[in-house]
Design a protein. Structure first.
Length: 278
DNA sequence: GCGGAATGTAGAT
DNA sequence: TCTACCTTCCGCT
């Protein structure tokens, strides 16, 4: 169950294990069999990630485009691999490692132009190189003109690629921003701080392979609470903490449906304050 | 065993 | 705004 940090980590993990030598490619479940046959025995040359999209490069043969969706999982193990279960869509095997893909939204063999088209429809990714420093600016151009709520904008992959439901909830909490505020009512300073924070939080997410957002001074140990790690594997302020007391102010964390996803926020720390300059 | 929920998206209405 | 899709896991009978 992935946000962008998971996908970038998977790109690295595949590169470390498989790049540079021939790979056995199969589709035990069958839905990727034709493409697997074309790829079998070819060498993985490179990997790439943009937002929640993972790309495995097989030179002139093309790219395997993977999107895990809500349920997809990629798991690694040693070689030789155990017999696959019947849900394995894609299996990669070399002398030392295997990787099994289950339940993805997308697993397809695509061409270089098709890959380019995917990049073109995605917004800037806090985890991709930002050579010109213009990525946060590109997102701001859309956000600052939109009447849509900032909560919805953060989940829109055309606006920012890679942020999911956990990072959305947590970054809005960390900056005291009411999720229902319109994009155009954010200040430039607020957005710059949110973008910089996403860059930092998500890089840390790649390193640790989990989402931790709680500042050191607010960790349970520092606050005199029993140490605790949330269900999804990291320490968070509001995600899936509905009706529990806010770590900072003690108010009950609230939850609501927004565009068919669960939203979480603290009604006191994320005060719907009047917007400066309007 | 069943129902529901889950870090997501595309396509129809 | 809805529905379909893909899988696993957990709580309830």
């Amino acid at each position: 169950m992935p946000e962008g940090h998971t996908i970038h980590r998977l790109a690295q993990d595949h590169a470390e294990r498989f790049v540079g030598a021939p790979v056995r490619v199969s589709s035990p479940q069958g839905k990727f069999s034709d493409s697997a046959a074309l790829l079998d025995g070819h060498t993985l040359t490179t990997t790439d990630a943009h937002g929640k999209h993972l790309f495995l490069g097989f030179g002139d043969t093309g790219w395997v485009h993977i999107h895990l969706g809500l349920f997809g999982k990629l798991g690694f193990g040693t070689a030789p691999p155990p017999p696959p279960t019947d849900t394995v869509r894609l299996r990669l095997v070399n002398a030392a490692h295997h990787a099994d893909l289950r339940g993805p939204t997308t697993c397809a063999l695509i061409t270089e132009p098709e890959k380019r088209a995917i990049h073109e429809r995605l917004g800037p990714d806090p985890l991709r190189g930002d050579e010109d420093g213009e990525d946060g600016e590109r997102a701001w151009q859309r956000i600052s003109r939109s009447r849509t709520t900032v909560a919805a904008l953060l989940m829109d992959q055309k606006v920012i690629a890679g942020v999911g439901n956990v990072y959305r909830a947590e970054v809005l909490f960390r900056h005291g921003i009411d999720p229902y505020r319109a994009g155009k009512d954010l200040t430039r300073a607020e957005w710059d701080a949110v973008w910089a924070d996403l860059v930092e939080l998500m890089h840390e997410g790649v390193r640790h392979n989990r989402i931790d957002t709680v500042r050191p001074e607010h960790l349970p140990e520092a606050m005199g609470r029993p140490p605790r790690v949330d269900d999804h594997g990291g320490e968070v302020y509001v995600y899936r903490r509905a009706n529990l007391p806010c770590h900072i102010c003690g108010s009950e964390i609230r939850t609501a449906d927004l565009a068919a996803r669960n939203l979480f926020w603290c009604p006191r720390c994320q005060d719907p304050r009047p917007v400066p300059g309007t």
